[in-house]
Each structure stands twice: as structure tokens, then as C-alpha cells.
Unconditional design. Structure first.
Length: 375
């Protein structure tokens, strides 16, 4: 049995009372991702009292932190040991707001520019401790990679946006910082950039991240290499392009991760930010209007600025390419956040999700409506 401290005991009692009264709870850490998701009702259940790094073994590449721990604190602790969260989770820090938390990072399941090369948040989760909708404290997984028998519930929490339970503690695999790094710049049309990325993907190159953006009338592809020093230097000679100063371009990769690049800032007030997930080999998509996307993840992630009226066209374009589209950030004149964000494209999958939700949260108290109007 897991021993409870005062903060956890108080939150547990809050969940138990909410379940008994069928009172909806809005789980919230730093609130940096409040813009995403359609539900804004329910009593706020603040997780920031559950903070602190429980254990960290640099030699084992494993860290365990409580859900309310500031993400910046965790990253600073890892950096002091020359280690990192390789999936580069975005913070989405806003002026006057508290910083992102470790629990929010996992609940949102969002990864940064390196995701296509190193994996997603869920790939680095070793174990979780959660409170379910019955106020039961459950432990899944552990602190080593090969510890899963049956369904990997810990990873199920990544991207669930708190709808299945309240994360209280998370164990993560971490990695050493790469010794070599370089960023190359190329002037390319979107079609040429996608073709080039596809070709490079079939070669033994230390590709880590990529970003194509159409800015000031010019299509530009940025490619970041990470790995052994010799491998990075050899790739630079093979790939060509303009090599950029690491000290200068690091801020640009951070801006890409945090969506503060000029391309994001130029979004019209009546346009939403749409997130299209497609196969990396998908061609240039037929987008409504004259929209030029920002392309990440070697072609697999395409950000599009478009009004809500373009939603059906965007979903169809993504579906035709073998992917999906969702509204990530709503237009500024919309009262709440991104609506109807979860598009499973299958009634069977929707039923599976609903059953999982019912199993973990039978009273439906956790973040109701955050992912779907129905649960």
C-alpha cells in the first residue's frame, strides 16, 4: 500500500467527496494548456501541492517526480547531470501564469521538435501513480523498462488530459545530452523539402528535428542533427546547406517548441491553429485558401492557420493522406478553447474510449467534456 502524506490525503478526500456528490472536477496544474480542450466547467482541483522529485538515479537514467513538480525544476535537475527529457515537452508559459508541471506534461502528451526521431512522451513513461474516480490510489509500471505485464496503463495516461484519473507521481526514462549538434538551413519549396526529408530518412543520418516554414515569400527548411560528434560532422558534409551557429539557433528551436515563432504570432484573430498528423511521407496537402503550413517531424506534423469553417476540409485532407486533424488553439473570439478536439474517426474506437473512461471514472467527475462532449 502506498503511504499518503498530508497533501495527497487532502486531495484524495476531495476526490472522494466529489465522487459521492457527482461534482465535476477540473484538474489543473500550472494552467499553461488551458487554451486546449473544450471544457471549462467544474471545481478546480490544483495539483501543485503534490510537488518534489522523489528519486533520481542519473546512472540508471530514471527519475520519479510528483505530478505538481514544476517542469522547469525537473529539467534543471536533469541538466545539472548532463541529461534531458529528449522528447522536448513544450511549456507554453504565459505571462503572469504559473509554469507547466510534470503531471500536465504527461496528461497533455505533447512533444516538441525531436518527437519524430526520439519518440513521444508516452515512450518515456515507466510508471505512474494515480487517483481514480473512486478515490483509490493505484500504481502502474515501475522504474525500469521491462516491467509491464498485460496492458501498459501508465502510457494510457499520456494524452488523456486528466479524464481517466489524477496523476500523483510519474517515473520517467531520461537520456544523456547528445555530444554533437548542428542545424542546417536550406531554401526549399514545401514539396522539395518533403522529398528531401523522405530521402534523408532512408540514410544513416543523425536526424533529430526539422521545421519547414514559408516566411517572407521564401520556403525554408531547418534540420537539426544530434548524436556522436563524428556522425554529426560527417552528416554536415554529406547534406550540405548553410550551417548555423548553435548558440543563435537554439532560441529558434525553443520558439518552435513553444509556438512563439513569427509564423505562429502572425495568426489572424479569427483563425484557429489546426494540428494535422499525417504519415511523414504524405505529399503537400490541398489546404483551403492560400494557407501555407508550418511542417515539423520530418513531414508528419503540419500546423495550419484557418477559420473554423475550414474544419471539414482540413479533416478530409488529413484523412485522405491517412491521418487526422484537430483544432489545437481556437480563434481568439471563441469563448472557450479548442472544441471537438478528439476525432477518432471510428464509432468502435469511441466506444472503447468511453468504456475505459467508465472503468477509471464511473461517476464522470474528472475533466468532463475535455476530450469529448459525451465524456
Amino acid at each position: 500500500m502506498v503511504r499518503m502524506d498530508l497533501a495527497l490525503a487532502q486531495i484524495t478526500e476531495r476526490v472522494r467527496a466529489a465522487a459521492a456528490d457527482h461534482t465535476p472536477l477540473r484538474i489543473r496544474g500550472g494552467g499553461t494548456k488551458d487554451f486546449h480542450g473544450q471544457s471549462r466547467h467544474g471545481e478546480v482541483l490544483d495539483t501543485r501541492s503534490l510537488m518534489g522529485i522523489v528519486s533520481y538515479e542519473p546512472s540508471e537514467l530514471v527519475v520519479t517526480a510528483r505530478a505538481g513538480t514544476p517542469l522547469a525544476e525537473l529539467e534543471a535537475t536533469l541538466a545539472a547531470q548532463g541529461q534531458c527529457l529528449p522528447f522536448e515537452p513544450p511549456h507554453f508559459q504565459q505571462a503572469g501564469a504559473e509554469g507547466a508541471t510534470v503531471g500536465g506534461m504527461v496528461a497533455a502528451g505533447l512533444s516538441g521538435p525531436a518527437r519524430a526521431s526520439v519518440g513521444a512522451v508516452r515512450d518515456f513513461i515507466l510508471g505512474t501513480q494515480i487517483l481514480n474516480g473512486r478515490a483509490e490510489l493505484l500504481v502502474f509500471g515501475g522504474q525500469v523498462m521491462k516491467n509491464v505485464a498485460g496492458y501498459d496503463v501508465s502510457r494510457l495516461m499520456a494524452g488523456a488530459w486528466g479524464t481517466l484519473g489524477l496523476l500523483t507521481e510519474i517515473s520517467l526514462k531520461v537520456l544523456p545530452n547528445a555530444p554533437g549538434e548542428a542545424t542546417l538551413r536550406f531554401e526549399r519549396s514545401q514539396a522539395d523539402a518533403l522529398a528531401q526529408l523522405h530521402a534523408w530518412g532512408g540514410q544513416p543520418l543523425p536526424l533529430n528535428a526539422s521545421c519547414w516554414v514559408h516566411d517572407a515569400g521564401v520556403g525554408t527548411l531547418y534540420v537539426r542533427l544530434r548524436g556522436a560528434m563524428a556522425a554529426v560532422e560527417a552528416a554536415c558534409r554529406t547534406m550540405g546547406g548553410e550551417r548555423m551557429d548553435n548558440a543563435v539557433v537554439a532560441a529558434d528551436w525553443t520558439a518552435c517548441r513553444e509556438q512563439t515563432l513569427p509564423w505562429f504570432a502572425a495568426r489572424p484573430a479569427d483563425h484557429g491553429l489546426w494540428r494535422l498528423s499525417v504519415p511523414a511521407t504524405a505529399p503537400v496537402l490541398a489546404l483551403p485558401g492560400a494557407a501555407q503550413p508550418l511542417v515539423e517531424w520530418h513531414g508528419a506534423l503540419r500546423w495550419v492557420q484557418a477559420p473554423l469553417s475550414a474544419g471539414d476540409a482540413l479533416r478530409e485532407a488529413a484523412r485522405a493522406a491517412g491521418g487526422s486533424a484537430m483544432l489545437f488553439v481556437a480563434p481568439q473570439d471563441l469563448e472557450y478553447g479548442a472544441r471537438g478536439q478528439l476525432d477518432l474517426g471510428s464509432k468502435a474506437l469511441e466506444q472503447i474510449h468511453a468504456r475505459i473512461k467508465q472503468s477509471f471514472d464511473p461517476a464522470g467527475i474528472f475533466n468532463p467534456g475535455r476530450l469529448s462532449p459525451h465524456w
